[in-house]
Ligand binder design. Structure first.
Ligand code: ADP
Ligand code: NA
Length: 350
């Protein structure tokens, strides 16, 4: 058995929003108890869609500040910045040679982000999931808390790990580095584990409050309905009150949310913020109108988010403190990543 290790990353692009918090960061915090966790600001990824950034150091600090303000303990766990550990890029190159172009071309995020002019997308945008696999596997990470949009990328990470394990089977044995595992019914002498996504929960994909069919995203500047982690009480309240809904009230069972994406989204957000299931939320609010539910959601969102916002702002003002945390995390991460890369170089024959 591989030793359990939790790994996840967030890009330092744009404002962090409620989707990032509920789909990822809130889970990072919950997983700290009893697990070894590594949480990364993935700055190398932020070059894939946009090469030049005005204030990358500031963006990096704001993500680290959000992690810590949300309750991640950087002493017990590792919080660091991806580019501080060059082993990520080194393993990503090897994975670029493991992954097939056909696999990358099938990624829906690539298709969405590249749009119609695919020939003009960066090679990095196409290779993004290969770097993501390297981020996780350079620590031989086993569990990855992410939002639902990352599911396909994690399946690809498993494909890459599996192909590496199978293609280098004999080399791994010769180097004396592998572990016997079974994948399906197949016994495999594996160097890299098969990562498990941790996606479940009531809000695996937070949708836009403007339109329940699009995901809440950092990269849509025209969507003013997005709840940002740095929003104040008034902004949160305004956005939730304006959120699109249908004319019906809340159903008393989850079944009744079918075909009602906006209602489903708001109930899911409430449930995730309250650490409840949607069933529990509907047991409380079923039969009520949105004019009752929305103010309750505002109160809950403010109660959960405003302490985080305050602490984030405080931390972002103390740049030397955040930089020291990132430096320390980078050193600890680098030592672990280098241990893996020593093995990998041995296995390959470098
Ligand atoms: P974004 O997708 O906002 O540009 P990232 O790619 O850095 O941000 O994603 C950071 C984490 O936030 C990932 O685990 C991703 O799955 C999660 N995430 C992003 N948007 C959402 C959303 N709307 N709902 C749930 N999780 C999300
Ligand atoms: Na994303």
């Amino acid at each position: 058995e591989f030793k359990e290790l939790v790994f996840s990353g967030v890009q330092p692009t744009g404002n962090l929003h409620l989707g990032n918090y509920l789909g990822a960061i809130r889970k990072f915090v919950a997983l700290q108890e009893g697990n070894d966790c590594i949480y990364c600001v993935v700055d190398l990824h932020s070059l894939t869609a946009q090469l030049v950034h005005d204030d990358l150091p500031g963006q990096i600090r704001s993500i680290a500040a959000a992690f810590i303000a949300s309750g991640i303990d950087p002493k017990k766990h590792i919080v660091f910045n991806q580019s501080a550990v060059p082993q990520h890029a080194e393993l990503a190159w090897i994975f670029n040679c493991v992954a097939r172009i056909g696999w990358m071309n099938r990624m829906t995020q690539f298709k969405d982000k590249a749009g119609k002019d695919r020939e003009n997308a960066s090679l990095g945008l196409l290779a993004y999931p290969s770097l993501m696999a390297a981020d996780i596997l350079v620590y031989r990470g086993t569990h990855v808390p992410v939002g639902d949009d990352q599911k396909q990328h994690l399946e690809l990470a498993r494909d890459i790990a599996m192909k590496f394990n199978l293609d280098y089977q004999e080399h791994i044995r010769r180097a004396g580095r592998g572990i016997d595992i079974t994948v399906g019914d197949e016994p495999v002498h594996a160097y890299f584990p098969m990562v498990e996504p941790l996606i479940e929960g009531p809000a695996p994909r937070v949708m836009s409050l403007r339109d329940g069919t699009k995901k809440m995203s950092k990269s849509d500047p025209s969507d003013l309905s997005r709840i940002n982690l740095l929003d104040d009480e008034e902004a949160i309240s305004k956005k939730i009150r304006k959120a699109k809904t249908d004319p019906d009230g809340l159903p008393s069972e989850v079944e009744g949310l079918k075909g009602r994406p906006e209602a489903d989204n708001l109930v899911g957000i409430y449930a995730a913020l309250a650490d409840k299931t949607k069933t529990e939320v509907l047991a409380e609010f079923g039969g009520q109108q949105f004019s009752v539910f929305k103010p309750a959601l505002v109160d809950l969102a403010v109660q959960v988010l405003s302490p985080i916002t305050g602490e984030m702002r405080r931390l972002m003002d103390d740049t030397s403190h955040i930089d020291a945390i990132l430096r320390n995390g980078g050193e600890r991460a680098r030592a672990r990543a280098e241990a893996t890369m020593k093995d990998v170089r041995d296995i390959i024959g470098f």
